[in-house]
Design a protein around this ligand. Structure first.
Ligand SMILES: [Zn+2]
Length: 146
């Protein structure tokens, strides 16, 4: 079921599947406010009714989600010791980038097959590192919540 979401900046409505995370306006990237009005109900309304509702939406607050840390929480987790997770993530991305570059160089200079193997192998290795870093950060988040 899709519900009407409203952008206070563009004064436009969007239909969005009921969600569990913040949803941003596709036009201006402002976070949309969620209304309790299903899309088919909205479509059956007259323009006057829609305009009246839009005024009401202006007073709505952007919804906060349980899995979206508040300012206080994000400050706390950024201050905690998940530096290893973040470092692994950076190394992983660097590894992916370098492997792809190295792969292309080898493809041009030596062997296409060997170049592809180096590129893909390195990229997979980098992805594994990025994945590990996500797990470490998740574990750290769980620890922070306790
Ligand atoms: Zn907008």
């Amino acid at each position: 079921m899709e519900y009407i979401h409203y952008c206070k900046n563009c004064k436009k409505t969007f239909s969005v599947e009921l969600r569990t995370a913040a949803y941003h306006c596709p036009e201006c990237n402002t976070e949309l406010v969620e209304t309790q009005i299903p899309v088919n109900e909205w479509r059956s309304k007259t323009d006057d009714e829609k305009n009246a509702l839009k005024e009401e939406f202006e007073s709505y607050e952007v919804k906060t989600y349980a899995n979206q840390p508040s300012d206080e929480n994000s400050k706390r987790s950024s201050g905690s010791s998940n530096g290893i997770g973040n470092a692994l993530k950076v190394i992983g991305y660097i590894m992916i980038g370098l492997s792809i570059i190295a792969g292309f160089i080898i493809m041009a200079d030596q062997s296409v097959v060997f170049g592809i193997a180096v590129g893909i192998g390195g990229a997979i290795g980098g992805l594994v590192l990025v994945g590990f870093s996500e797990i470490i950060n998740l574990l750290q988040d769980i620890k922070n919540k306790e």
